[in-house]
Design a protein around this ligand. Structure first.
Ligand SMILES: [Cu+2]
Length: 113
């Protein structure tokens, strides 16, 4: 038998679940950048604030990182084929980055309205 208290708890729990899924739906889209043949592809992306950029390692064996060196943002972990790393951009601006172990690999994220 459910008591009144446990029914109230069950209802508030399902409300909380509904709220979480709404905020996820509004969280913004995800843009993917593929890493293959020692390149970020596309090399430059233009996104709106709130967008998440996901870098996917599609190499056969190389591991890479994403490093916004000029901004002073901490370098990502090295990620291996099949792995990915992502960052959400809330503020407009131009964000150049490079790969940590391969400085010749560069890319730019442009965030604007
Ligand atoms: Cu690299």
């Amino acid at each position: 038998m459910m008591t009144m208290k446990s029914i109230a708890f069950t209802i508030s729990k399902s409300l909380a679940v509904a709220l979480v899924s709404v905020s996820l739906a509004n969280a913004g889209e995800v843009v993917e950048i593929s890493i293959e043949k020692m390149k970020f592809e596309p090399q430059q992306v233009k996104i709106k604030p709130g967008t998440t950029v996901k870098w996917v390692n599609n190499e056969r064996r190389n591991n890479h990182s994403v490093f916004f060196e000029k901004e002073g943002y901490p370098e990502s972990e090295r990620f291996f084929p099949g792995e990915s790393w992502q960052r959400t951009f809330d503020n407009p601006g131009t964000y150049p980055y490079r790969c940590g172990p391969h400085p010749e690999m560069t890319g730019v994220v442009e965030v604007g309205e």
